[in-house]
Design a protein around this ligand. Structure first.
Ligand SMILES: Nc1ncnc2c1ncn2[C@@H]1O[C@H](COP(=O)(O)OP(=O)(O)OP(=O)(O)O)[C@@H](O)[C@H]1O
Ligand SMILES: [Mg+2]
Length: 293
C-alpha cells in the first residue's frame, strides 16, 4: 500500500499549488463576463489545503470558466484541444487568468488540463492518426515487396516509430475501447508523479462503477504526489475523504461540506423515492399524456 497522502510523512509533497488569488478587476470590467460571474464577485483567494479540490455548483455557475483560467495561469497543456493559452474561444478566460496569482509550495510543471467533452474528439483524432500510420506502413510493404527487411524498416521509420510511441503511451487500440475505458486508460498513460491535473467533469463518460475505479486511481496518483482540481457534478467523486469542496452557487464561492451540497442532497432524496419526484414531473394525464394522445 503506498504511503497515505494525508499522513504526516507525505504532507510535504501536498499540495504543490496551495492557493489561487484573484486581484480586483478594473472597474469597467466588473459588470462583464467573466468578472460578473456571481461566484467570483468579491473573491480574493481560493485555498487549496489538500491534494484534491472540487468545484461544485449548478450548471452555469462558473466552474469551467475558472478552471480554464487556471489552466492558462498554470501553463498546463490541454489534452485533446488547442492549449488554453492559445485557444481562440478562451479570450475571456485569458483576461481572468491575467488577474490570477498562483501560490506554489513547489511549482508543478507536469500535469494537464482535460475536459471530458474534448476527450471524445481526442480519441477520434487518435483513431484517424493511427489509420493514417497503418496505411503508410501497408503502402511501404507493397512498394518494397521483395526488398530487404532493412530497406523496408528504413522506409517505414517515422510511421512505425509514431505508431509504437502512440501504443506505448495509450495502449494498443485506445480507440477500440469504450469512451469510459479509453478515458481511464489515457489517464494512466499520461499520468506523471507530482503533476497537477485540472479536470472538467471527468465523470462524463464513466459509469458509477467506473467512477469508483477512477477514485481508486486518483488515490494511487495522490500517493505519488499528484494534485487534482476537478469541476464536477458527481456525488461519487466528491465523496473523496479529506477533499476540499467549493460551492459555486454562493457569491463569492465558499467551501462547503459534502453532506450540505444541494446536488448531493437531491440525489440522495431522489434515490430514496424516485416515484415521488416522477409523480410531479411525469404525471399521468399531464402534459406528456396529453401530447401522446
Ligand atoms: N464566452 C462567454 N461569454 C459570455 N458568457 C459566457 C461565456 N462562456 C460562458 N459564459 C456564461 O458564463 C456562465 C458560466 O459558465 P461555465 O461554463 O463556467 O459554467 P459551469 O459551472 O462550468 O456549468 P456546467 O456545470 O454546465 O458545466 C454561464 O452562464 C455561461 O453561459
Ligand atoms: Mg462546466
Amino acid at each position: 500500500m503506498p504511503a497515505d497522502a494525508w499522513d504526516p510523512e507525505s504532507h510535504l509533497r501536498h499540495p504543490r499549488l496551495t492557493a489561487v488569488r484573484l486581484a480586483t478587476p478594473p472597474a469597467p470590467d466588473r459588470d462583464r463576463f467573466p468578472f460578473n460571474i456571481p461566484a467570483l464577485q468579491g473573491l480574493h483567494e481560493i485555498g487549496l489545503p489538500g491534494p484534491v479540490t472540487f468545484f461544485a455548483g449548478e450548471n452555469g455557475s462558473g466552474k469551467s470558466t475558472l478552471l480554464e483560467a487556471l489552466a492558462i495561469a498554470t501553463d498546463l497543456p490541454a489534452v485533446g484541444r488547442a492549449d488554453a493559452s492559445t485557444d481562440d474561444s478562451l479570450v475571456s478566460q485569458r483576461r481572468l487568468a491575467g488577474l490570477l496569482r498562483t501560490v506554489w509550495r513547489r511549482r508543478a510543471h507536469r500535469g494537464f488540463f482535460l475536459r471530458a467533452e474534448d476527450f471524445f474528439g481526442f480519441v477520434h483524432r487518435l483513431q484517424r492518426d493511427r489509420a493514417e500510420m497503418e496505411a503508410r506502413i501497408e503502402q511501404v510493404e507493397r512498394e518494397y515487396e521483395g526488398r530487404s527487411e532493412l530497406a523496408k524498416r528504413l522506409a517505414m521509420g517515422p510511421a512505425a516509430a509514431s505508431l509504437g510511441a502512440m501504443e506505448a503511451t495509450y495502449g494498443r487500440n485506445l480507440d477500440a475501447n469504450s469512451h469510459g475505458e479509453s478515458f481511464l486508460r489515457l489517464f494512466r498513460g499520461r499520468f506523471v508523479p507530482e503533476g497537477l491535473y485540472l479536470l472538467d467533469e471527468p465523470e462524463a463518460a464513466l459509469s458509477a462503477q467506473s467512477q469508483l475505479g477512477f477514485v481508486a486511481m486518483m488515490r494511487e496518483m495522490v500517493a505519488e504526489g499528484g494534485q487534482f482540481i476537478i469541476a464536477t457534478h458527481s456525488p461519487v467523486l466528491m465523496a473523496v475523504p479529506g477533499a476540499t469542496i467549493y460551492n459555486f452557487d454562493e457569491s463569492p464561492l465558499r467551501e462547503v461540506a459534502y453532506d450540505a451540497l444541494e446536488g448531493v442532497q437531491l440525489v440522495k432524496a431522489f434515490l430514496q423515492a424516485p416515484e415521488r419526484y416522477m409523480r410531479h414531473l411525469w404525471r399521468e394525464g399531464g402534459d406528456a399524456g396529453d401530447s401522446a394522445r
